[in-house]
Design a binder for this molecule. Structure first.
Ligand code: GN1
Ligand code: MG
Length: 364
């Protein structure tokens, strides 16, 4: 890392008095939205940290976002203490306060935060049916622990997983055709829009008072879960989108990455298949720990959730492609349309698997 960059990061760290003398700062590059660094301290017995700049173009209200995170982590910590858990700092994230006793520092240009790094932990890029059962248990438990949080959390990205809103954004992108790409993708747009009404059923049921919103993680991909060296699940990370949503968000978005046999941007559509074994073990774990709060309708609609997320992601990638790639970082010009096709293919595979999913959930 160049000297000037390092010095500016060290200067930011000065506002977090807990952080001791720093030995090294390493950039971590896996996230697409925030900038992330690992801060290694000089004292080998002292804590290391994760330093992050929160993207405030995407998360426009960082104080609200950090307030959500503080409330959520405090509530989970309390639950773990009440249960008599040991080693709690490995089971819930701990954000470090600034001298102003908030958990973010604004430099005038950007918002920064510091989180204690959990030693001997790792993330995974893929799951086996065995790990997805444990991850299912954990996500259900995460939601169950937050079911009685007394404070009201804000929406860090309003309408984030609102299918009607995402379709409206797509319709606007189609109408504007800013990048002149519509003609080339019109057949795909038509195919996707055919299922629009059906995919919005959660919003309709919500308006009819039949579906609740609960505190969900809303970014439950495989890589947002920490494991210890033995592969045991420790905790959920990346809490930026933790907010009120349908429980479909966590169930569906996890399987969108975990039960896809290919990456989310796989160009060879034959490789994009739905892994039924991962679905079954995740569903089993999730329903086990979420059964304390799930309503019969929520449970019955879990197969819909599995279809909803690749569908929503296809809609979001397609809108960004039509808008000229302004939201998602891309690695090549066609990236967003390749992603769209891969997510739409996964959606079609999930639809084919729906009778199997319904029968399996009914059997639990
Ligand atoms: C974004 O940056 P990352 O990978 O955590 C997006 C998710 C999408 C995902 C698709 C705030 O998440 O909603 O599912 O890309 N996050 C935001 O890979 O838009
Ligand atoms: Mg994220």
């Amino acid at each position: 890392m160049e000297e000037a960059k390092l010095n500016s990061l060290l200067q930011i760290l000065q506002h977090f008095p807990e952080v001791g003398p720093v030995k090294e700062i390493v950039a971590l590059t896996s996230g697409l939205i925030n900038q992330t660094y690992k801060v290694i301290t000089e004292d080998p017995n002292a804590c290391d940290y994760i330093l992050q700049r929160v993207n405030h173009q995407v998360f426009t209200n960082v104080p609200l976002l950090q307030r959500n995170i503080e409330l959520v982590t405090r509530h989970i910590r309390k639950k773990l203490e009440e249960r008599g858990e040991t080693d709690i700092d490995r089971k819930v994230l701990r954000f470090v306060p600034t001298e102003e006793v908030v958990t973010y520092y604004f430099t005038g240009e950007g918002y920064w935060r510091v989180c204690a790094f959990i030693p001997d932990s790792m993330t995974l890029d893929a799951v086996t049916p065995e790990t997805s059962y444990l991850v299912g248990l954990k996500f259900g438990e995460f939601e169950a622990m937050l079911a009685d949080i007394p404070e009201k959390l804000g929406e860090t990205i309003p309408d984030f997983h609102n299918m009607e809103f995402r379709l409206q954004q797509l319709q606007e992108a189609v109408a504007a055709d800013k990048a002149g790409r519509l003609a080339e993708v019109q057949p795909l747009v038509d195919d996707i829009l055919k299922d629009a009404e059906e995919m919005c059923s959660a919003e309709c049921l919500y308006r009819e008072g039949k579906l609740p919103k609960r505190i969900c993680h809303c970014d439950t991909k495989v890589s947002n879960m920490m494991f210890d060296k033995n592969g045991e699940v420790l905790c959920v990370i990346d809490l930026d989108t933790t907010m009120p949503s349908f429980i479909f968000s966590d169930f569906g978005d996890f399987l969108r990455s975990a039960a896809n046999t290919a990456p989310e941007d796989e160009p060879d559509l034959d490789k994009v298949q739905f892994n039924a074994e991962v679905f079954k073990s995740f569903a089993k774990g999730y329903i086990e720990s979420a059964s304390s709060f799930l309503t019969p309708l929520e449970k019955e609609m879990l197969p819909y959730a599995v279809a909803l997320f690749p569908y929503m992601q296809a809609v979001r990638f397609l809108a960004d492609y039509l808008n000229g790639d302004t939201y998602y970082q891309i690695k090549y010009p066609e990236h967003n349309i390749v992603r769209t096709r891969a997510q739409y293919k996964l959606y079609q595979e999930v639809r084919k698997a729906t009778p199997m999913m319904e029968a399996y959930i009914a059997s639990l």
